[in-house]
Design a protein around this ligand. Structure first.
Ligand SMILES: Cc1cc2nc3c(=O)[nH]c(=O)nc-3n(C[C@H](O)[C@H](O)[C@H](O)COP(=O)(O)O)c2cc1C
Length: 192
């Protein structure tokens, strides 16, 4: 089956959308995969359920509200996605105050949804409350960082896809799989 990259985001003022799409498109180019999009900003887009499989790589974005994932989204984020072992990259956008617990919160939600996390990032976007805080961001430099980040994900995919599939399949059955996969990863990194 063909690999697919997904850009999935909530973005009331467009900054999360910009960064998530930049990463997804660059990653799609790097690995030669088709890029799809789910924009769950409007309530009707949160009525559906979305299912993925192990051929999917999901770039999953949310803005930071009060240091957390917006609480109005939590019911949907906790029940609207079935990862089934798909790879995921949580991305949070913050207005240059702080992202506090938001990134780890999104990581935890996606793991519970059945995704395997392979990378994660926090990016700065103009603060929705003002035109002064982080004005005009993400700017050229931020988007360059997003491109570089996507290239690093593509690099990491080379060796981790095999390991994560193995981990996903045996995680419940064998407590030593994590250690074994860490050893395999180190060997891969030494070879390549
Ligand atoms: C209700 C609310 C709370 C926010 N809380 C934070 C915060 O705790 N820390 C921060 O750095 N930015 C905060 N922001 C700014 C947003 O995270 C930031 O502007 C983000 O880029 C918005 O994403 P969007 O353009 O995709 O909607 C807040 C914005 C809103 C609307």
């Amino acid at each position: 089956m063909e690999r697919r990259v997904w850009a999935i985001y909530f973005s009331a003022t467009g900054t999360t959308e910009k960064v998530v799409k930049t990463i997804a498109r660059e990653l799609g180019n790097m690995i030669g995969a088709q890029v799809n999009e789910i924009n769950y900003t409007l309530p009707h887009q949160r009525q559906k359920e979305y299912e993925f499989n192990e051929n999917d790589i999901v770039i999953f974005g949310s803005p930071v509200y009060a240091g957390r994932i917006p609480n109005i989204l939590l019911p949907f984020l906790n029940s609207g996605f079935r990862g089934n072992g798909a790879l995921a990259v949580p991305i949070v956008m913050f207005g240059n105050r702080n992202y506090d617990d938001a990134l780890i919160e999104l990581r935890n939600i996606l793991e519970k949804d059945g995704f395997c996390i392979i990378a994660a990032g926090a990016f700065v976007g103009e603060h929705s409350f003002s035109k002064i805080l982080a004005s005009g961001r993400p700017d050229f430099k931020d988007l360059k960082l997003a491109y570089n980040f996507a290239d690093k994900i593509a690099e990491k995919l080379r060796c981790t896809i095999m390991i994560l599939k193995f981990q996903w399949k045996y995680q419940v059955k064998n407590q030593y799989v994590h250690i074994i996969s860490l050893v395999i990863e180190k060997v891969f990194l030494l070879i390549f």
